[in-house]
Write a protein that binds this ligand. Structure first.
Ligand SMILES: Nc1ncnc2c1ncn2[C@@H]1O[C@H](COP(=O)(O)OP(=O)(O)OP(=O)(O)O)[C@@H](O)[C@H]1O
Length: 308
């Protein structure tokens, strides 16, 4: 990537666990050394990252934070309509988008990628139509939304990623199936299920973990995963299938691929997008093919065959 000349750096000092001072100092030093024309801003709360990214006329938006901060900035860029690339410095708790795209979680390595060695590639983005909110990873209802709602800031500050593990296991025991009415492009379907997720990014690079087969944020589609077992035994079977990557052939785990997905649930299920609780179902998600430009390692772009 030819070096960006004018950079907006957005840092969320509250993301992750308690190393904000060091992270800020490292980012400032590296930007100064790079000789780039940069503006460095620290968020004070919700909405800052989105507003600053929406208003900027700079050529790269660098975001230090977790998935929440990155998505705020990405949403701002989409509203900005300038196709500005976004580079991540993953300093949050889960950092799923960074991990999925192979962005290193070490601050120095991520800065090297952002400012020197990375390439900007187009990535699909989901749009939650009724909330007018964008998502990079997924819009999920049911178990994922329950666990995210339970993992509050205090718990994440104390336990880091383990907060999600604990609330995830706890939430397994209170799952109840709802009657689900789906519209998948032009098809209408009915199921009983407790978890329905519209997935854009569903695979963590190099981890062997994927929520389904052939999930790609570069194919112009969303993938819908429907999880429906009614007992802990059935849920463990689904988890085992996911861990051993045997996605096909189970009625408790079904997939659809579509550009438009509408989900209604009775009783309503908790809803999250990209790790943030945002109320309950119903929801309608549309894909915006290639809707954002993200800086990724050259090898990632080569593997996905999307090198610019
Ligand atoms: N200065 C601040 N103090 C407190 N909260 C802030 C501040 N700036 C932004 N926020 C809030 O931080 C939240 C985003 O945190 P983010 O998701 O980036 O980190 P995380 O929760 O640690 O990581 P992850 O989402 O990857 O698990 C948003 O809700 C935003 O409103």
């Amino acid at each position: 990537m030819s070096p960006p000349r004018r950079v907006l750096a957005i840092v969320n000092p509250a993301a992750g666990q308690d190393q904000a001072e060091d992270i800020l100092a490292t980012i400032r030093r590296r930007l100064e050394e790079s000789g780039l024309d940069f503006e460095l801003r620290e968020t004070e709360g919700e909405g800052d990252a989105r507003r600053w990214a929406a208003e900027t006329d700079r050529e790269l938006v660098l975001v230090a934070g977790g998935d929440g901060t990155v998505m705020e900035a990405l949403s701002g860029i989409i509203e900005n309509e300038r196709e500005i690339p976004l580079a991540q410095i993953p300093t949050g708790t889960a950092n799923l988008l960074a991990r999925a795209l192979g962005v290193p979680t070490d601050v120095d390595d991520a800065l090297e990628l952002a400012l020197r060695s990375g390439v900007a590639v187009p990535m699909d983005v989901g749009h939650l139509v009724d909330h007018d909110r964008y998502f990079a990873l997924m819009a999920g209802s049911g178990w994922d939304a329950d666990l995210i709602k339970a993992a509050d800031r205090d718990l994440k500050d104390k336990l880091g990623f383990f907060a999600y593990v604990i609330t995830g296991v706890k939430s397994l025991f209170s799952l109840k199936r709802s009657r689900i009415r789906l519209t998948v492009d032009d098809r209408r379907l009915r199921f009983r299920a407790h978890t329905v997720i519209a997935i854009n990014v569903g695979e963590i690079q190099g981890s062997g973990i994927a929520l389904g087969s052939n999930l790609s944020p570069h194919d112009g589609k969303l993938d819908l995963a429907i999880v429906s077992p009614n007992s802990i035994g059935g849920i463990l079977k689904v988890l085992w299938r996911l861990l051993t990557r045997r996605y096909e052939g189970a009625t408790e785990l079904r997939y659809f691929s579509a550009e438009k997905i509408k989900v209604e649930a009775d009783p309503p299920l908790n809803l999250e997008i990209d790790g943030e609780p945002i109320g309950k179902t119903p929801f309608e998600a549309h894909v915006i093919p290639g809707g954002a430009m993200l800086v990724v390692p050259r090898e990632y772009a080569e593997n996905k065959d999307i090198l610019p």
